[in-house]
Write a protein that binds this ligand. Structure first.
Ligand code: GLU
Length: 502
């Protein structure tokens, strides 16, 4: 019988969550949903030196924002807890010792100074098959020496003994058969001097304990795979090993190398899902959320970085992705990140949403800009009028603030050089005759009056727009006027005429 599908997203809480991390979480989540499985969040915090306060809560918040909430996690434990590796610490040593007893691992007592000296002596030193017999470990010391050192509580680590000249094979759901020559693999530390496992031991022990059936993770973990495969085998658990799936890298926009946070800083786009505040320095790194991305658009964009459904369709809801996701449509090749394309997704998502759906988010943006909207029907009408012009959520502020407050500045240079007393007279007359029954009839009246006064209507349209909006943007100017109403339109005409004439 097939194993029940259980997948895990296993981040280390070390700082901001890179969009590649979110994509890994997303693909795990989609696979779980597609197969009625369980999506687990496991916090891999065994490296105490890299632990960052608040990072775990932040990761959980990012997943929540994206709508890919885990079924089991530290905050919502299932039957396989604890879900933080640091809390599982007592369970790892016995497996490291089992490996020693079976001849697959050994104690290493080399001090940091000894290791440093060796690194100086041997270029590109690696602790492994060519060097292990020159070091101070249970392979080179006698049994009684080892026993004495252990009895004296001498600091030590446990290392895997990688076999010589073997080819390690495994099946990757994306890459097919993958093989590694063990002569290129070093003897990784499995258990550290502080008794904590390293990632390599913990990931295997926990995938087994948590009955993980499939492991989607970034391609950057591929070089570690042979160590993991050997451990699965050496611990006698090969039959339970998860199906591996190494996701293609997310590349820099020019395709050269993996996208890093530094690329985002350099090129001016976010790389983290949400704002990340470094607890030590207080530095804030901007995230997609705070820049004004909708979570639906962010998730949609990520899904298409390395996956497609075999058609040209680019816009998917999370529900659709849950139904359509399939591993065989994940590409092997790295996916270039394109910020313009990311914005395109957001724009498409904004356009496709009903005003009701996005009104709360728009209201937050307006509030942040100091605009309190009490008239909900007006807000909905405005959203419908301008959403096609908004790419990021804060664009709603620039595109709509004039509906809620009289412009305080005008693009005066666009009007002033051609402004004349005759034009001012035209607007006075026009203001008096305003009916604003509907945009089309008001436009016709405007044009008729312009012609009557000897103007080409075109020369008056721009000043009118700037009177109402403040700048050269926005939807149809007569639509705007109708929404503002007679009083407000008149007031704006009067106020702006004075400013233009000054
Ligand atoms: N803790 C690893 C990380 O930070 C997990 C890698 C894996 O999924 O095996 O990404």
């Amino acid at each position: 019988m097939d194993k029940k599908v259980r997948v895990r997203f296993a981040p280390s809480p070390t700082g901001g969550l890179h969009l590649g991390g979110v994509r890994t979480a997303l693909f795990n989540y989609l696979f779980a949903k597609k197969n009625n499985g369980t999506f687990v969040l496991r916090v891999e915090d065994t490296d105490q030196t890299r632990f960052v306060e608040g990072a775990e809560e932040y990761i959980a918040a990012c997943l929540n924002w994206c709508g890919i909430t885990p079924d089991e996690s530290p905050a919502n434990p299932g039957a396989y807890g604890p879900y933080r590796q640091s809390e599982r610490k007592p369970g790892y040593r016995k497996f490291a010792e089992q490996l020693i007893n079976d001849g697959y691992a050994y104690y290493a007592f080399d001090t940091p100074e000894e290791l440093d000296a060796k690194r100086k002596e041997v270029a590109n030193f690696q602790y492994g098959q060519t060097t292990r017999m020159q070091m101070r470990n249970s392979l080179t010391l006698t049994l009684s020496e080892v026993e004495d050192l252990l009895a004296a509580k001498t600091p030590h680590v446990i290392r895997i003994k990688v076999p010589e000249n073997e080819i390690v094979h495994f099946n990757d759901a994306i890459r097919g058969d993958v093989s590694f020559d063990t002569s290129l693999v070093d003897d990784k530390v499995l258990l550290k001097a502080d008794g904590m496992p390293t990632y390599h031991l913990a990931v295997v022990v926990d995938d087994k304990a948590m009955e993980i059936s499939h492991a989607f993770r970034g391609e950057e973990w591929l070089p570690s795979a042979p160590v993991h495969i050997l451990l699965w085998k050496y611990l006698g658990w090969e039959a339970d090993m998860p199906q591996w799936a190494h996701l293609p890298l997310i590349l820099k926009p020019d395709g050269h190398g993996k996208l890093s946070k530094r690329d985002g800083d350099r090129l001016g786009f976010p790389v983290y899902a949400m704002n990340w505040t470094d607890p030590k320095t207080g530095d804030v790194t901007k995230g997609f959320k705070e820049l004004g991305f909708m979570p639906e658009a962010f998730v949609n964009m990520l899904a298409l970085l390395g996956w497609n459904d075999g058609t040209d369709q680019e816009l998917f809801t999370l529900k659709e992705l849950e139904e359509k996701f399939s591993v065989d449509r994940i590409s092997k090749a790295g996916a270039k990140f394109d910020f313009e394309k990311a914005k395109w997704y957001n724009h498409e998502w904004i356009k496709s949403q009903s005003a009701e759906k996005i009104a709360p988010q728009v209201a937050v943006e307006l509030k942040n800009a100091g605009i309190e909207v009490s008239n909900q029907p007006l807000l909905l009408t405005v959203i419908d009028m301008i959403k096609d012009r908004c790419t990021l959520l804060p664009d709603f502020v620039a595109q709509s603030s004039y509906f809620f407050a009289t412009p305080s500045v005008y693009d005066i240079n666009a009007v002033k050089p051609k402004w004349t007393p005759e034009k001012a007279d035209f607007f006075t007359a026009f203001a008096e005759r305003l009916t604003l029954a509907d945009a089309a009839s008001e436009e016709a009246a405007f044009k008729a009056l312009a012609e009557e006064k000897g103007f080409k209507p075109g020369e008056l349209m721009l000043p009118f727009r700037i009177m109402l909006v403040g700048g050269k943007f926005g939807p149809g100017v007569f639509d705007i006027a109708v929404l503002l109403g007679i009083e407000e339109t008149k007031d704006r005409i009067t106020k702006a005429s004075i400013a233009f004439s000054a």
